[in-house]
Design a protein around this ligand. Structure first.
Ligand code: PLP
Length: 220
């Protein structure tokens, strides 16, 4: 188990372009698995549920890891997320961004925020359309207490490889237009397409850790 984990981590590191960093998505896996990967040199980990993440973070406090929240962000979870995570990939409305801003100031935190965009119709996912994002962009930029550093997107499940490439290229172009550096796109099955299109964060779970063991929220 540990050997294959190390082999998969190394293979992912060799195959990706250096500009596309690996975000190890540890949801559904115990703290012991995170510790194994951290010992290989991985610092950035992604979780999608607060209840699952907090005990793991507590258990791994000695490692000083960098935690990214990638799940759907409910307004009643903003405070624990702002307190426990360094980067939030899933802010998808002005209202939510305002709440993150207010709570970050109250908690003396300054999270990095990525705005989740949805560039194709997909009822199962959240996200701002390009038009919606552009309409609220100046309001978002004016919010104190947070750093908007990029965009995050996910491709609809049924999409083929070529369409994914197009979608990821559009997301990269939108980020460039807004002068945002980070593009969080690409998962276990489509990270190569995303890396080619200019992803800076590949969010990889099962291709690194193997199948998820604990039940997790699949609603995002
Ligand atoms: C679970 C999850 C991932 C990782 O998924 P894999 O297919 O296991 O790589 C990436 N991004 C988000 C938002 C997720 O919820």
């Amino acid at each position: 188990m540990t050997d294959s984990l190390a082999a998969r981590w190394q293979a992912l590191h060799i195959d990706r372009p250096p500009s596309a960093r690996l975000l190890a998505v540890s949801k559904g896996h115990p703290a012991s698995a995170v510790r194994c990967v951290a010992e290989l040199g991985q610092c950035d980990f992604g979780e999608s549920r607060v209840q699952e993440a907090l005990p793991k973070q507590k258990e791994l406090i000695d490692l000083h890891l960098h935690w990214h929240f990638i799940g759907r962000l409910q307004s009643n979870k903003v405070r624990p997320v702002v307190k426990a995570f360094d980067v939030i990939h899933s802010v998808d409305s002005l209202l939510l961004a305002e709440r993150v801003s207010r709570i970050a100031l109250e908690e003396a935190r300054r999270p990095d925020v990525l705005l989740q965009v949805k560039l194709r119709a997909d009822p199962s996912k959240g996200g701002l359309s390009a038009d919606e994002l552009c309409a609220i962009w100046s309001d978002l930029q004016a919010l104190p207490g947070l750093q908007i550093s990029g965009l995050m997107t996910m491709a609809p499940l049924e999409m083929g490889s070529m369409q994914r490439r197009e979608l990821f290229a559009e997301c990269r172009a939108l980020a460039d237009r807004l002068k945002l550096v980070e593009c969080s796109m690409g998962m276990s099955t489509d990270w190569k397409e995303a890396a080619d299109a200019g992803s800076t964060w590949l969010r990889i779970g099962s291709a690194l850790f193997g199948p998820r063991l604990l039940s997790t929220d699949s609603a995002n």
